[in-house]
Design a protein around this ligand. Structure first.
Ligand code: ADP
Ligand code: ZN
Length: 632
């Protein structure tokens, strides 16, 4: 309507303001708010400040997008995720929302155009990198326009001891001083009490209303397996349960990222590496492919993933032990944002415990820092070794309650526990004898060889077959002994020391040796555990959502092919067109009119106008492009 509008903006329909629930239906195509979304939206629309803690996939974006559309002015979103802004803006434009961004990836002309749109009131949402707010030019730009609200996304970046700390975020506390009347909403998926308190204090949100959602992610199945041949175990998981699915595999080191990605590719799985050692262009290209294409696997260090809002990540696998439950929960939370069934799988073994303990011992920083790292690791280990429901333990860590979930490995195949007191005593006394009689320390391998009475070269070299404990542990298999060592380490009844990971006693070991303390252990599985889940859907190597009726599968595949072609043509990720959940509903209900199609969740007005007819054509089996159609 003004001469400033360029082609791409003109293609975007104006969104009429209205009641929040109308905007939800018309623009986003959703029937109802989820959880506390309605209260949060109404509170911010009314001008209140809010601090929102909600798990990944909980629906945080709507909490600021809808108020931005309802309130006069432009919603300003502060986000550290520069690489993802283009996709976020594309997704909003596909809905008919007038969105733009300002960050360092743009040249002068692009920035000037967005600034002009902002000043002319032609934007609903403006995404800003936090460092922009350091410049007076940006601040005075905001002064000259009308700001509907400030949304501070990934608000945990302001927490100084979290691993995502961004100094730029500290400056955000000044927003309120300069624009006291503009409501602020800060959002994060990090839930611990410490982080919560720090965000509130640093962003001066003590008087804001705090919304703390349940952190449960019921569609994610949590599984922690004993590690024996991790790459093979992973391949097995992908082949039997996740053929053709998009997923993320986390490894600790760059080298293991590279090796694992190569291994998967050699075995016919499309996998891309991602770590800080790759050049920026390769990293960006791999991330873009993961977002845009269907069914790719990214093998990555934890450098990958923050803000990745790809909704159809079907699994997150960890080949190494995460350092904390916070990290584990954030990483696994990237699975299943669309609410469909997803897997969080972790392989964990004795070597992980030894390695992590060693890392802490040699880490920089003072004792208090090391104690904190140890506390984080101990909580993670307790989760791995628990015989309770994993979800109950996870949520308890965040101070929330849950019943046994029926959707984690310990619920599905309850592990047995056994009284390992005698085994623990045998193992600990072997450590004691070596120290007392020989003044020696050894790692787990040698201790287990002694217990099993194996005359290995190293046993003979050190004359260990002469020890009274030689061969006293033949009732257990080697794997079981490794389990005993691992669990004693996890329970702090045994410790590792030094470069070689030698085993030493802890302050609590004595209680076990004196028979004052019972040691309950988790039984090691004979073979790696398989889930109860039926892998039938994956047999043909196709991706079939779990509860899609058999008859709807071919239609779903047609719709997916149409979506892939359309996404490619428009240069946007497939999920920007429609989410899997939406395609699934279309394939199941097979609407025959635009009106019927418009009632499906995820089909708003703009998408109906743009994609409605092509979808009906696909459903009617008409080849595309048969009608004279030159709207693109
Ligand atoms: P978060 O930012 O909290 O991780 P998102 O805002 O990306 O979550 O939302 C997760 C998914 O849920 C998205 O696919 C979004 O479109 C969908 N969603 C959010 N709110 C609703 C709702 N009220 N009804 C249906 N789907 C919703
Ligand atoms: Zn459970």
């Amino acid at each position: 309507m003004t001469p400033l509008e360029n082609g791409s903006v003109a293609a975007v329909a104006d969104v009429e303001p209205g009641l929040p629930v109308d905007v939800l239906r018309r623009v986003f195509g959703y029937d109802a708010f989820r959880g506390e979304q309605r209260e949060i939206v109404e509170h911010v629309v009314g001008g209140g400040d809010a601090l929102v803690l909600m798990p990944t996939g909980g629906g945080k974006s709507l909490c600021y997008q809808i108020p931005a559309l309802v309130r006069p002015g432009v919603g300003v979103v502060i986000s550290p995720l520069i690489a993802l802004m283009q996709d976020q803006v594309d997704a909003l434009r596909a809905l008919g929302v007038r969105a733009g961004f300002l960050n360092s990836t743009q040249d002068f002309d692009e920035r000037r155009m967005v600034e002009a749109e902002f000043l002319a009131g032609e934007l609903d949402l403006l995404y800003l990198a936090p460092e922009r707010l350091q410049s007076e030019a940006t601040l005075s730009l905001l002064d000259r326009g009308e700001v509907a609200l400030f949304a501070i996304d990934e608000a945990h970046c302001v927490a100084s001891w979290g691993h995502d700390f961004r100094p730029d975020y500290l400056a955000l506390s000044a927003l309120h001083e300069r624009w006291p009347k503009v409501p602020r909403i800060a959002l994060t998926a990090t839930a611990t009490k410490a982080t919560h308190a720090e965000i509130a204090a640093r962003l001066k949100l003590e008087d804001a209303r705090h919304f703390v959602a349940s952190f449960d992610r019921p569609n994610i199945q949590y599984r922690i397996a004993t590690k024996n041949d991790p790459k093979k175990q992973l391949l097995d998981l992908l082949r039997t349960e996740h053929a053709g699915d998009a997923g993320i595999v986390y490894c600790l080191s760059r080298a293991s990222v590279e090796k694992t990605a190569e291994f998967l590719v050699r075995n016919g799985i499309e996998a891309l590496p991602y770590h800080a050692g790759l050049d920026a262009r390769t990293r960006a290209a791999n991330q873009a492919r993961f977002l845009r294409e269907d069914g790719l696997v990214v093998v990555a260090t934890i450098a990958f993933g923050m803000g990745i809002d790809k909704p159809d990540v079907r699994f997150v696998a960890h080949l190494d032990l995460p350092k904390s439950i916070e990290g584990y929960y954030q990483e696994t939370g990237r699975a299943g944002r669309d609410g469909l069934p997803s897997t969080a799988w972790l392989a964990y073994g004795l070597q992980d415990v030894v390695q992590q303990r060693k890392l802490i011992e040699t880490s920089e920083g003072d004792d208090a820092h090391r104690r904190r790292l140890t506390a984080h690791l101990d909580a993670m280990l307790a989760l791995c070794e628990t015989i309770d429901c994993r979800r109950v333990r996870l949520l308890a860590y965040f101070g929330q309650h849950s019943e046994r979930c029926g959707n984690c490995d310990t619920c599905l195949t309850p592990p047995e526990s056994w009284d390992g007191t005698v085994a623990a005593q045998k193992l600990l006394s072997t450590v004691v004898r070596l120290k007392r009689e020989r003044n020696q320390k050894f790692g787990a391998g040698q201790i287990i060889d002694i217990l099993l009475g194996r005359k290995t070269a190293k046993v003979i070299q050190f004359d260990h077959d002469a020890l009274s404990v030689f061969g006293i542990g033949t009732e257990l298999r080697e794997a079981e002994w490794r389990g005993v060592v691992r669990q004693l380490l996890a329970q702090d009844l045994l410790a590792v020391e030094g470069e070689y990971g030698t085993l030493v006693l802890t302050d609590s070991s004595g209680e076990v040796l004196r028979g004052q303390r019972q040691v309950m252990l988790r039984r090691e599985p004979e073979r790696p555990t398989r889930t109860a889940k039926e892998p039938k859907a994956a047999q043909a190597g196709r991706k079939v959502p779990v509860d899609l009726p058999e008859a709807a599968v071919p239609v779903f595949e047609l719709l997916r092919a149409w979506r892939a072609a359309t996404a490619k043509e428009q240069g946007v990720p497939a999920y920007v067109i429609f989410h899997d959940a939406t395609l699934r509903e279309i394939a199941t209900t097979v609407p025959s009119t635009l009106d019927q199609l418009g009632t499906i969740s995820g089909v708003g007005e703009n998408k109906l106008a743009k994609y409605g007819q092509p979808i009906l054509d696909v459903l009617a089996g008409q080849p595309e492009g048969t009608e004279a159609d030159d709207t693109h």
